[in-house]
Design a protein around this ligand. Structure first.
Ligand code: SF4
Length: 178
């Protein structure tokens, strides 16, 4: 699947990318985290969440007692949109089979959607503020909703919100109480 993503030309986002960015982590991870799209650092390195938002996410995971290499991290679209704009509905639809394949291959017990784009694309819901911190059951799978780590770069009030959500996510994925 990584090879297919690397050579994918299904949507026009392939035209501006340096690297396509498939998910990263081990098959069998209990937790899968899904963001929006690669940014500049991710596009340059071909790895998800390696820039400022990635550092915030890694720190939140570590504070919750989870090593980053124990989870699987990916995005709704695998190529960087120009200027970091939000991916269009068409781009998300073209790329969705890769995310569906990642979910099948990894088989996580909890899938965390981070931010409005992932919330809408994966669960068909709107309003991250209303849904964050909650579990949504869909298609026989459990999803957990939180803010996108990049939002905490610009709004530091979201940092404790994200950290508390990630702590809850890790606890739930380990079978702990809600
Ligand atoms: S964003 Fe997804 S569908 Fe579009 S070219 Fe990249 S891998 Fe293919």
């Amino acid at each position: 699947m990584r090879r297919r993503v690397a050579g994918c030309t299904l949507c026009s986002l392939c035209e501006g990318r340096t690297n396509a960015v498939p998910g990263s982590g081990s098959a069998g991870s209990r937790i899968m985290l899904v963001g929006e799209a690669p940014g500049r650092s991710e596009d340059a390195r071909g790895e998800p969440f390696v820039g400022a938002a990635g550092r915030i996410l890694t720190e939140a995971l570590e504070l919750a007692g989870a090593r980053r290499d124990s989870v699987y991290i990916t995005n709704v679209v695998k190529c960087r949109p120009p200027g970091n704009r939000v991916p269009t509905d068409g781009e998300r639809e073209k790329c969705m089979p890769y995310l569906e394949a990642e979910i099948r291959l990894v088989g996580p017990s909890m899938i965390c959607v981070m931010g409005n784009t992932a919330l809408g694309s994966v669960l068909g819901l709107e309003g991250i503020t209303r849904h964050r911190g909650k579990v949504v059951r869909k298609g026989g799978r459990d999803y957990f909703v939180t803010v996108h780590p990049a939002a905490a770069i610009y709004n530091r009030d979201l940092l404790p919100v994200l950290r508390a959500d990630v702590e809850k996510l890790v606890r739930l994925a380990e079978g702990g109480p809600a």
